[in-house]
Design a protein around this ligand. Structure first.
Ligand code: ADQ
Length: 466
């Protein structure tokens, strides 16, 4: 890292290390942030995930290990309902994933969102030191930078959006959209996953805010203040993830899936149970494949691992019911006494077990309708055997598609397109599988999460702050 300044990460949730080394074992984003924090003796601030009486939500619980301090606060039931389940997950998440049909626009939840952002600013401000570099994460905390500035923070403050930025014509359906976006121009550096989301944001700033936008440098100037916006595609924790192949858990998981699939080709999907991940559409594609090629039902077993998330939000309950019904219908129509084509599992697994499943599966299906990046696509490739790699079928609407053009890119809305890709993957000769794998592995290995953290933070160090 190019500077000794302390790093302060602020995100909705904090991954509090439970035991020595636990943060490393989490892998992915939490692990990468933890190592950046460790090298800069940092502080990580956010919600504990716990609910408490509203009178006690001003208490900060701190914990230090390995030179990293975590500071967490509880939220009240009302905060959780309005800020987390409400504005963040029932307004911004669906809108940013192009699901206007699911986006709810309620004044009360908008106020709750602003109130919790204000509380974050109020509680973190006394913990900030003059030279700290502050990195705010994701859609839960868009206005936080402006709230910190209002309290006098002169620090360099960066923001990274993990999800897409929607097209301007969609985004302007958000009531008071200008109020939200103007707050973003109080950050020094804004990071997006892909050039596509970045371009949408720049377009919005130019056409709706009347900002002066320099496309070449990403400089956005409004009211005499300049913010830099750039694309920083996130990657996986390569060292951690690729090392998992050597573990007993990974080997066992691989063996388990291979032996239970017997001679059939295993095809896998691993996603949080979320409507943005295109799961019902995926099942429609598989069903279309079986309709077109009934003789191949015996060739394939599809395993979908989808742990529930955000269960207090109605649309998440609805997606769960839809999937259970669709999986049940396909299995009802296609099963034999010794064969069930779809295995649908609603639980989480360790990354080592997922590594084993990915390696056993000769086809990886990653077909979100819209996704900021999608790390599962990269994990699937990282887990393959270079001498006999599986085939990744990837939605062209995932941010990852911009870097992974050698996957079989599909339109996840089209069952025919999906069915065709499954057939192509099943029949793909080893030579082509290797060629595609060789073309994909470089970006998965080199554009990893450490590289992402270092690039973002070094850019943040070099912009003029305050
Ligand atoms: P997510 O929407 O959660 O992340 P993704 O990028 O795929 O999506 O990351 C999911 C992570 O959870 C992966 O590491 C995966 O292995 C893990 N996971 C999924 N199912 C699991 C299961 N059953 N058991 C255990 N682990 C499981 C958001 C954005 C993405 C963006 C990331 C990072 O929506 O677009 O890529 O943040 O910026």
């Amino acid at each position: 890292m190019s500077t000794d300044a302390r790093l302060v990460v602020i995100s909705n949730r904090v991954a509090v290390p439970k035991a020595r080394g636990a943060a490393g074992a989490q892998g992915g984003l939490a692990g990468a942030l933890h190592s950046a924090l460790k090298s800069r003796k940092g502080l990580w601030f956010g919600w504990s995930g716990e609910e408490s009486e509203s009178g006690r939500t001003g208490n900060i619980a701190t914990q230090s290990s390995d030179g990293v301090t975590t500071a967490t606060i509880d939220l009240s039931e009302r905060d959780i309902e309005e800020y987390y389940n409400g504005y963040a997950n029932s307004t911004l998440w669906p809108l940013f994933h192009y699901r206007l049909d699911l986006a709810k626009y309620e004044r009360e939840t908008g106020k709750g969102y602003e109130r919790v952002n204000e509380r974050f600013a109020e509680l973190v401000t006394p913990l900030l030191e003059e030279d700290d570099v502050v990195w705010v994460h994701d859609y839960h905390l868009v206005p936080l930078g402006e709230r910190l500035r209002a309290r006098g923070a002169k620090n360099r403050i960066g923001f990274f959006l993990h999800i897409p930025w929607p097209a301007t014509r969609l985004f302007v359906s958000l009531p008071y959209h200008e109020r939200l976006t103007r707050t973003m121009l109080h950050y020094d550096l804004l990071g997006f996953q892909t050039k596509e989301w970045l371009d949408s944001f720049l377009h919005y700033c130019r056409t709706e805010l009347g900002a002066d936008v320099d496309e070449a440098t990403g400089a956005i100037t409004l009211d005499g203040r300049t913010t830099i916006a750039r694309a920083y595609p996130i990657g996986i924790d390569w060292d951690h993830f690729s090392g998992l192949g050597e573990t007993g858990d990974a080997r066992q998981a691989q063996q388990r899936l291979m032996s239970s699939a017997r001679r059939r080709t295993a095809m896998i999907g691993v996603d949080r149970l979320d409507y943005s991940k295109g799961l019902p559409e995926r099942l429609d594609g598989i069903s279309r494949f079986f309709d077109k090629h009934p003789e191949r039902v015996r060739d394939l077993v599809f395993v979908q691992i989808a742990p529930p998330s955000r269960e207090d939000v109605d649309s998440y309950q609805a997606i769960r019911a839809t999937l259970e019904q669709k999986a049940g219908q396909i299995n009802g129509a296609r099963s034999e006494v010794d064969l069930v084509p779809i295995r649908y599992v609603n639980r989480g697994y360790s990354h080592a077990e997922l590594f084993g499943f990915f390696r056993a599966a000769k086809i990886g299906l990653v077909t979100p309708l819209r996704d900021g990046m999608n790390l599962v696509a990269k994990e699937y490739i990282a887990a393959q055997d270079p001498e006999d790699p599986g085939v990744l079928i990837l939605s062209s609407f995932a941010g990852a598609a911009a870097q992974m053009k050698d996957a079989l890119l599909v339109n996840p809305h089209s069952p025919d397109d999906l069915a065709h890709a499954i057939r192509t993957a099943l029949d793909m000769p080893l030579e082509e599988r290797k060629r595609r794998y060789d073309a994909l592995i470089g970006t998965v290995r080199d554009d990893n999460v450490q590289d992402w953290t270092e690039t973002f933070l070094s850019d943040l160090d070099s912009v003029s702050g305050g």
